[in-house]
Design a protein around this ligand. Structure first.
Ligand code: GTP
Ligand code: PRP
Ligand code: URA
Length: 476
């Protein structure tokens, strides 16, 4: 790899590591059935592997920056996946007769030129795995065709357009945001070429439109939206193959992740290895002695606590090492506290104290009233008086229905703690509990070591689970 290519590779890798937040995927193959040319592209799949939501990628950039080429390249590389591509251009509002009369005064680069509601509706339907009818826009007539293009549900949806990252509502739908960065001169040259050859314009008209509308809108809306991107791809006369490869590789990696981790950006499952799997095997074994259960549960709980602490903010700090050399490091976050959900949550207190000397730990006791699915009653709470100023590590080794955790989080929020400052640390989580907490409290970070199959309908125990954690940890 050339040094330039390797620099770009490092850049893209770093951007992906720092900012990318993702969701969903599946299987299929590409076959271009785009009847409208500029109407967006569609690639049909073999199957969507029963996914509940697609993974949305937004690709923005100035006019003629190469967005379509970037999308095509990503799609080609994801040829074994079920991918569809939509273009924001398909959602241009058709012009009225009066607007067409005066078309040189119409600003096609302003957000108002797009039917954003229709675009959102389309994305929401695809999100629910429903097929959509996408409008077909005719650039020569400035009108929507009477026909539409049917787009089937897919595992990956790529949305490209100049304002895809500018529009907040659209950004909210995207799991990955890409900005294609191309020199202004190059873009103008391409734009002239394209509009003359393919959109029935003359050179003078293209330049006039560019100066009057395209450039000002780029400066006002498009360029500032770069800051929302997870990845910025430098794009020039040649394709940035390295960047595309790395993005595709990253998407593939994310597509392989279990469903829940792709849906919820506030869920972290700590990476497993054979040590961790071995410890889980011991604590899940019904014949394990109490001493061994406690020993291995403690080791696992310590890992969960360490992973949770990794999500706290930090400040930079440099020190001098004994060799006299500087080491640029970080300082731990201040103002923390733990809150354990009595009784099982108390098993995590030692792990937290071992990591954070002298940390304040509060307690909450909730009680289920009869049926487990009924809202929990708060029996007791003892929390630090200044909890509203602290980051809160909420401790409970088992997340089953999520009722106990939800009630505890409500109590903590009621004390004035910002939702984004709550970390819920748990050893084993059932999908039902993950949905409950991650959906209800999207800014609470949930950190767990393993996600199990589900909850037993009769006993409400996590399956395969560990049985009653509190009994096995505390009782002889
Ligand atoms: N004159 C005219 N321009 C239009 C019309 N509709 C859209 N545009 C222009 O189309 C542009 C949006 O398309 P681009 O982002 O350039 O197209 P693209 O093919 O996705 O660009 P790349 O793939 O990045 O090369 C805007 O800058 C608008 O000015 C129209 O009906 N008439
Ligand atoms: O997500 P949920 O459905 O609310 O279930 C999880 C709760 O169940 C367990 O406690 P349990 O009520 O068994 O009490 P214990 O801690 O005293 O063992 C566990 O420690 C959680 O607090
Ligand atoms: O499986 C479960 C569910 C709730 N509480 C437990 O201790 N275990």
């Amino acid at each position: 790899m050339s040094s330039e290519a390797s620099r770009v590779a490092d850049d893209v890798k770093a951007q992906l590591q720092i900012k990318t937040q993702l969701a969903n995927g599946g299987s299929g193959y590409l076959s271009d059935n785009d009847s409208a040319g500029r109407g967006g592209r569609s690639s049909r799949s073999r199957s969507t592997r029963g996914r509940s939501q697609p993974f949305f990628i937004g690709v923005a950039g100035g006019t003629a920056s190469g967005k379509t080429t970037v999308c095509d390249s990503i799609m080609q590389r994801l040829h074994d996946q079920c991918v569809v591509m939509l273009s924001q251009d398909s959602f241009y509002r058709g012009l009225t007769d009066a607007e067409i009369e005066n078309v040189t005064s119409y600003n096609f680069d302003h957000p108002d030129a797009f039917d954003t509601a229709a675009m959102l509706d389309c994305l929401n339907n695809l999100k629910a795995m429903r097929a959509v009818e996408v409008p077909i826009y005719d650039f020569t007539r400035h009108q929507r065709s009477s026909e539409t293009r049917r787009v089937e549900p897919a595992d990956v949806v790529i949305l490209e357009g100049i304002l895809v990252l500018h529009m907040e509502a659209l950004r909210g739908c995207l799991n990955m945001k890409v900005f294609v960065d191309t020199d202004d001169d190059l873009r103008l040259a391409r734009r002239i070429q394209r509009d003359v050859a393919m959109r029935g314009r003359d050179i003078a008209g293209v330049i006039e439109q560019y100066t009057k509308f395209v450039k000002p809108a780029f400066d006002t809306f498009v360029a500032p939206s770069r800051k929302h991107a997870d990845v910025i791809i430098p794009w020039g006369r040649q394709e940035n193959v390295v960047a595309i490869d790395l993005i595709t590789e990253h998407i593939r990696m994310k597509l392989q992740q279990p469903e829940l981790r792709r849906i919820y950006v506030n869920l972290e499952v700590i990476p497993s290895n054979y040590q961790i799997r071995g410890m889980h095997t011991i604590i899940r074994d019904a014949s394990t002695s109490k001493a061994d259960f406690v020993f291995y549960a403690d080791r696992l709980l310590r890992l969960v606590v360490e992973a949770g602490l990794g999500h706290l903010p930090f400040t930079e700090r440099s020190v001098i090492t004994p060799t006299g050399s500087p080491y640029v490091g970080v300082d731990f976050a201040k103002k923390l506290c733990g809150v354990s959900i009595i009784r099982s949550g108390e098993s995590m207190e030692n792990a937290l104290r071992a990591c954070c000397k002298g940390i304040k730990i509060g307690k909450i006791l909730v009680h289920r009233v009869g049926d487990k699915l009924v809202e929990q009653e708060l029996i007791y709470e003892k929390l630090p008086a200044d909890i509203a100023e602290r980051h809160v590590l909420l401790l409970d080794p088992i997340l089953a229905t999520g009722n106990s955790a939800a009630r505890a989080i409500q109590v903590i929020l009621g004390k004035g703690v910002d939702e984004g400052r709550i970390l819920f640390l748990t050893l084993i989580a059932a999908p039902e509990g993950v949905h409950r907490i991650c959906r209800t409290f999207p800014r609470v970070k949930v950190i767990t070591s393993e996600i199990d199959e589900g909850i037993d309908e009769r006993t409400y125990q996590v399956v395969p689970g560990v049985g009653e954690f509190g009994d096995r940890y505390f009782c002889d």
